[in-house]
Design a protein around this ligand. Structure first.
Ligand code: SF4
Length: 360
């Protein structure tokens, strides 16, 4: 059996809430007892509304944040408390692409300095080798080598995101976390960056974790999807299962809330109502009960356990079987060639210890 490249076991993160004058500060649990694994070569998407804890979970997995409780494993080795040299090695192998290409690049540094910094920090490369490698990296992300001497303000949003990707690739990572990697970009540019990430993943044999709220991006890029609500994973399944036949009422509502591509098409699922409850005082029982159209007294009082179904699919809802018995399955277009290619890669990775040839 293949060892996951990253694994979280009962991971939690607490933050102090806003200060109160005559009362103790509340504790906000941004991530609450989350367990999941990321297999080599796959793209796992973590999806949810703003405030669901998905970005915090991504940062916990990469050890950019320290966990309050629980454990993190990288290739079978526990890294929950890694520090010093080991943490530096992990920084090389686990890289992040930030959401905002405008804020994530130092405006006082040239592209050559930005992309070359990890080469100097992690590999102690001399200047000539560094310049050569920066040019290679710029060409890999589709930017001309002649632009190495320019500053970030001279680039468009999509080009800056390409610089951010080149910087993330500089240290030779095994896993890339994209924290909303295209949500700050124009729609016309999003597809180009998504396609670039796809092609880099195949060329370099990378594993990816994509944190996003845009369902179109997730459907295009991911192999499996973890749906988060108020710090917990409520459903985890293959991307085709999530979009064809979501089991959890929250996943169903999220998909139903996405813009309809067919004018006049009937919605079969109620849309999501209301806002996310305050994470400092989450609802009792099932956290989704204040917005769920299928709520019962049991839901208000008892927290649903995460049920693992055949094939590894997971759902945390008391009534998922009842709700889905008569529900018509949401119809989607046939699976794309890109998805089938990714699934083949993932299935190969799950049964072999070595990745397939890069061009396969
Ligand atoms: Fe809705 Fe109850 Fe299921 Fe929660 S446990 S999602 S409230 S049906």
């Amino acid at each position: 059996m293949t060892t996951p490249i990253l694994e979280a076991r009962d991971l939690s993160k607490h933050f102090p809430g806003p200060k109160k004058l005559f009362a103790p500060s509340p504790v906000v649990t941004a991530v609450d007892r989350v367990s999941l694994s990321v297999m080599p070569g796959e793209t796992l998407a973590i999806v949810g509304e703003s405030g669901s804890g998905k970005s915090t979970l991504g940062r916990l997995l990469l050890r950019l944040l320290a966990a309050s409780e629980g454990r993190v494993f990288y290739q079978g080795e526990e890294i929950t408390h890694a520090s010093g040299t080991r943490l530096n090695q992990l920084r090389r192998e686990l890289q992040i692409i930030f959401q905002d290409p405008f804020a994530s690049l130092n405006p006082r540094m040239t592209v050559e300095q930005i992309v070359g910094e990890p080469l100097w920090l992690h590999q102690n490369m001399n200047k000539a080798d560094r310049q050569h490698r920066v040019i290679e990296l710029l060409q890999t992300v589709g930017l001309p080598a002649a632009w190495a001497g320019r500053y970030p303000h001279e680039f468009s949003g999509g080009q800056r995101q390409r610089i951010g990707i080149a910087r993330a690739l500089a240290s030779g990572p095994k896993l890339l976390l994209g924290d909303e990697p295209v949500s700050a970009l124009d729609v016309s540019v999003q597809a180009q960056v998504v396609n670039l990430l796809e092609s880099l993943k195949h060329q370099l044999g990378l594993t990816m974790v994509i944190v996003a709220h845009g369902l179109a991006v997730i459907r295009h890029m991911s192999d499996r999807v973890a749906v988060m609500y108020l710090g917990q994973i409520v459903e985890l399944a293959r991307v085709d299962e999530i979009f064809d036949a979501p089991l959890h009422p929250y996943t169903q509502a999220l998909i139903a809330s996405a813009p309809q591509m067919q004018p006049g098409a009937q919605r079969t699922t109620p849309l999501l109502q209301g806002d996310l409850p305050n994470p400092a005082s989450p609802p009792s029982g099932c956290r989704f009960h204040t917005r769920c159209p299928y709520v019962t007294d049991e839901c208000r009082q008892i927290e649903p356990i995460n049920q693992v179904l055949e094939g590894g699919r997971q759902v945390a809802c008391h009534r998922w079987q009842e709700i889905n018995r008569d529900r018509s399955v949401i119809q989607i277009a046939p699976l794309s060639a890109a998805f089938l290619r990714r699934r083949a890669l993932f299935e190969h990775a799950a049964t072999h210890s070595t990745p397939p040839a890069r061009n396969s």
